[in-house]
Design a protein around this ligand. Structure first.
Ligand SMILES: [Zn+2]
Length: 561
């Protein structure tokens, strides 16, 4: 075990500091000491405070921001997937063939080969991928590749045989082993029940437990397995720090993830990022299990590692018609999305009980019907337990009913949104999603400006690994958001609003705005230094500006010239 050494004071100088503190918006230099911001101000004034042991970091005249907060991500599974073949940007059979063959050659001992980030139209020319394409590339080893949204996978015959899926399987609603004309599975696997068996066969389910069941690994990993998981978690933390983050709000979790992070903190003497891990309440759990959520919140309650949020899923996603809508889908007039994962009454009961325990609630709700049911739950909690500063959250809010927009501000509910998600943003195709939503609802889709103007707090995030984690791409997507038709409202954020959504609003969502989210004397020394001047950048070039140095708790976690 290493001994925790106290980092030397750091003077950041020659900087364009955007403090995000309205009382003192700009500074040129800043002194960090003992994990906090000692003081900030003009260049000469700060130089004078330098002592012999001060480490000086010259910002080169570039932008310096409060440490960025990723406000909705899946840390453990995302970290594990970093080891898989990454297919984003790969198009056409030949490119796919080359990428998979190279990857397979480099991984001779893997029981199952995985790829992720595949486009639904990866082959091009309207041809859908099947196991036969994949068999031509990898005939002899199990292989599965995932769509970027993680809702569909495509497997080769060896993987289907390994998991006994080749002849199909009856699954729950929304899940499917898609069959081909020959009476055998064609390789397309829709949703978790369909592709889960392949993840289990590969030993990958441990990383998805926090999402899939909310439960703990059984048997509890020991020896080499535990060390492997520590390494996975470290790789993820490093990846997040390199992208400029100092705070992470995870949206799946279990006790095991907290234990891994606590173990890293114990061994190293510190964590490189502040991490919040929720308890995941599934619809099959009795509410008495919330004792465990309360225990997690009580046990993990530090500035670097915390719990205290209960995550739930109310509906699915638009692209598979499983998001719950108030009115039917525009391209499927007989459906409003089927059954929700919780009934409206179960949602209310859960919200009342979680809120009564003083915990925060964060519920995945994509369709306007789901958003309404979750808001109804929060309203019921307020009626039952009285109003408090609860900061409950709705995750995604991809479509909101106009009648519900005002309720966010009135109930003090946070709308947690993802600038990379709207169709048309960051290279995503417009179809089929915009036709599912339908023109009448376009003004209320991904409506972050509309919600903000109505009084909602809006933290931004990537939902990594669903979208690339890069916050610079996220900021760019927020300020360059395009309308789908001229009559739609302009949903763009200003640059300052977008930065605030990754800083100030992240801290607000964690009830930590008294110590982070802005650069101010006495606040955490969490700082993201960039290699360019973000205010001088053309909006469509923001992604070319990269983190240069990242500091968390006064410690350099990335870069550091
Ligand atoms: Zn998510």
């Amino acid at each position: 075990m290493s001994i925790m050494t106290r980092p030397a004071p750091i003077l950041i100088t020659n900087a364009k500091i955007l403090t995000m503190d309205p009382a003192n918006p700009r500074a040129e230099a800043m002194l960090l000491r003992d994990g906090r911001i000692a003081t900030l101000g003009g260049y000469a004034e700060m130089e004078a405070l330098k002592t012999a042991d001060t480490r000086v970091i010259d910002a080169g005249g570039n932008t310096v921001l409060p440490g960025l907060s990723e406000n909705h991500l899946h840390l453990f599974s995302g970290s594990a997937e970093l080891d898989h073949l990454q297919l984003s940007g790969i198009h056409g059979f030949e490119a796919l063939n080359g990428a998979i063959r190279d990857y397979a050659a480099a991984k001779p001992d893997e029981a199952v080969l995985f790829a992720q980030g595949a486009d639904y139209t990866i082959l091009g020319g309207g041809e859908r991928i099947t196991r036969h394409h994949l068999d031509r590339i990898v005939p002899d080893r199990p292989f599965a590749m995932f769509a970027h949204d993680h809702h569909t996978a495509w497997a080769n015959t060896a993987a289907l045989e390994l998991t006994d899926l080749l002849h199909g399987r009856e699954l729950g609603p929304g899940n499917a082993v898609v069959m081909g004309g020959d009476g055998l599975a064609n390789g397309e696997l829709r949703e978790m029940e369909a592709f889960g068996p392949i993840q289990v066969a590969a030993g990958f389910d441990r990383y998805r437990l926090g999402l899939a069941t909310g439960g703990e690994p059984d048997p509890y990993p020991s020896g080499a397995d535990f060390e492997k998981d520590i390494a996975v978690m470290r790789r993820g933390l490093d990846y997040c720090a390199r992208h400029g983050f100092t705070s992470l709000q995870c949206m799946d979790g279990n006790l095991y993830q907290l234990q891994l992070l606590a173990e890293i903190e114990k061994r190293d003497g510190f964590l490189p990022l502040r991490v919040r891990i929720p308890f995941h309440l599934k619809n099959f759990m009795p509410l008495s299990i919330l004792d465990k959520a309360s225990m997690m919140a009580k046990t993990y309650n530090s500035d670097f590692l915390s719990s205290g949020t209960v995550k739930m899923f109310y509906d699915g996603v638009l692209d598979s018609w499983t998001a719950i809508m108030v009115e039917p889908y525009a391209n499927k007039p007989d459906s409003t999305g089927g059954d929700s994962l919780f009934t409206p009454d179960a949602m209310k009961a859960a919200a009342i009980e979680i809120d009564r325990r003083g915990l925060q609630i964060a519920v995945h709700a994509i369709g306007d019907g789901a958003v309404r049911a979750v808001l109804d739950g929060y309203e019921a909690a307020r009626a039952a337990n009285g109003a408090r500063d609860s900061r409950h959250r709705v995750e995604h809010v991809e479509v909101v009913h106009p009648a519900d927009i005002h309720r966010f501000g009135e109930l003090g509910v946070i709308a947690s949104m993802q600038p990379p998600h709207p169709p048309g943003a960051m290279g995503l195709p417009l179809e089929p999603t915009v036709s599912m939503i339908g023109r009448d609802r376009w003004p209320y889709a991904y409506a972050w400006r509309t919600l903000k103007d109505a009084g909602a707090h809006i933290p931004f995030a990537s939902d990594w690994p669903v979208s690339p984690i890069d916050p610079m791409h996220g900021i760019q997507a927020a300020v360059t958001r395009r309308k789908w038709q001229e009559s739609d409202p302009d949903q763009r954020f200003t640059l300052m609003e977008a930065i605030a959504a990754y800083t100030v609003e992240g801290a607000y969502a964690e009830l930590a705005e008294d110590r982070k989210g802005i650069l101010k004397e006495g606040y955490f020394a969490d700082v993201t230094m960039l290699d360019g001047d973000i205010e001088a950048s053309a909006p469509e070039e923001i992604h070319t500006i990269r983190p240069a140095t990242v500091i968390c708790g006064g410690r350099v976690t990335f870069g550091g010239r």
